[in-house]
Design a protein around this ligand. Structure first.
Ligand SMILES: Cc1cc2nc3c(=O)[nH]c(=O)nc-3n(C[C@H](O)[C@H](O)[C@H](O)COP(=O)(O)OP(=O)(O)OC[C@H]3O[C@@H](n4cnc5c(N)ncnc54)[C@H](O)[C@@H]3O)c2cc1C
Length: 350
């Protein structure tokens, strides 16, 4: 088999796909990345068993990654601080930067940084692409793994822009001064934490439902005011907020694209289905896209168009399901019992 494949974007999805494709004989992979240097933010990311399976399917060994496992989340009443439930939600928390570096290592030689595509034309037998450095090339398939603001989705396929998903989120990291060994959240889902760095730190999240940019100007100390009555494990998180650690504010946006593949061009990862991080699924669903794409594109007797159509037919409803559950869970934030909605994804656990 001889096949030339272009991946646009060296994020988690694009790099995962490059890993899966490079294993096949006769497949030539090029990845273009707009950033001159890969500088992924070091915030934590959650992956579940399904996502680990996808990494294995791509020929990787996720056990190599340093991760903090969790098997349940304890919910505390936001008014009384009493524990009111335990959600049997399990997964691994890891450094997003480390995950990206790990995915990069085996395929870094395939990545051309500081380059964007300018045009992509599917002539029926190849995709002709021109690049920002003046070069051009012909590819059997082009995969847009270029993130939430995807050029491939918007410009090449004429797809939609992202839309606001009714909440913002602030993330921060504070020392685990109390030596807590279980992850927790208020039962209304507004405040919660995972344990990271081998349990030495808490990765806190404040969800801010409402209009875009709501509370953007408030410091962590000011946001902590909303939780000043909390006692128990979440108290140490609130105390940590009062020390004003570095924090990261983001409006939560999502992408609902009806068309994932046309001819020899397809979308993967956030480009196809960016979703609320509420259930910690976005990156993992991109890894699952990559695993299926790699399998189908390396089947010697399957034409590229059929591989991409098959990929979109299988993956789109699954990703949409996870996206909808994530969106619904985001919309419930602030309501009593909202954080107990993680069970919504129980049927997807492997
Ligand atoms: C606050 C927050 C918390 C999250 N928490 C979790 C979590 O716990 N678990 C989870 O699974 N997911 C989580 N996610 C989602 C996760 O981060 C994303 O789903 C994931 O990073 C998407 O990877 P991607 O490779 O598809 O896109 P990206 O990471 O956006 O990568 C796209 C790449 O394409 C490049 N690019 C863009 N345009 C072009 C172009 N025209 N030419 C060349 N290159 C281009 C970009 O520079 C980038 O490197 C979270 C997201 C947010 C915002």
């Amino acid at each position: 088999m001889s096949r030339r494949i272009l991946i646009i974007g060296a994020g988690l999805t694009g790099l995962a796909l490059a890993n899966g494709l490079r294993r096949a004989e006769g497949v030539e992979v090029t990845v273009v990345e707009q950033a001159p240097v890969i500088t992924e933010a070091g915030w934590a990311i959650a992956l579940t068993g399904r996502h680990f399976d996808a990494l294995r399917q791509l020929g990787l060994t996720p056990e190599e990654l340093a991760a903090d496992p969790f098997d349940r989340m304890v919910m505390f009443d936001p008014d009384t601080s009493a524990p009111v439930g335990v959600d049997a939600r399990s997964g691994m928390i890891m450094s997003r930067s480390e995950l990206q570096r790990w995915l990069w290592r085996p395929v870094g030689d395939l990545v051309r940084t500081g380059i964007t595509p300018i045009t992509a034309h599917d002539n029926g037998s190849r995709v002709e692409v021109t690049f920002s450095d003046g070069a051009g090339g012909e590819f059997d398939a082009v995969i847009g793994a270029d993130g939430i603001n995807s050029w491939t989705r918007r410009t090449v396929l004429g797809g939609p822009d992202f839309s606001y998903a009714d909440s913002a989120v602030v993330r921060f990291k504070v020392p685990n001064t109390e030596g807590l060994d279980v992850v927790g959240s208020t039962s209304d889902g507004r405040l919660g934490y995972f344990l990271v760095d081998g349990g030495r730190a808490m990765h806190g999240m404040v969800f801010l439902p409402g209009v875009a940019d709501n509370h953007r100007g408030r410091s962590l100390t000011e946001l902590a005011e909303d939780f000043r009555g909390l006692r128990g494990p979440l108290r140490s998180l609130v105390d940590g907020m009062l020390t004003e650690p570095d924090s990261f504010y983001a409006n939560i946006n999502q992408v609902v694209a009806d068309e994932w593949a046309r001819g020899r061009i397809a979308l993967a990862g956030d480009a196809a289905h960016a979703m609320s991080p509420r259930l910690g699924q976005g990156a993992g669903v991109g890894l699952e896209d990559a695993a299926l794409l790699a399998d189908l594109l390396t089947l010697p007797d399957l034409p590229v168009e059929a591989a991409l159509t098959g990929y979109a037919t299988i993956r789109r409803p699954l990703a949409r399901h996870v996206q909808q559950r994530s969106h619904e869970a985001t919309q419930r934030v602030g309501q009593r019992g909202a954080a107990l909605g993680f069970g919504a994804l129980a049927e997807l656990r492997s």
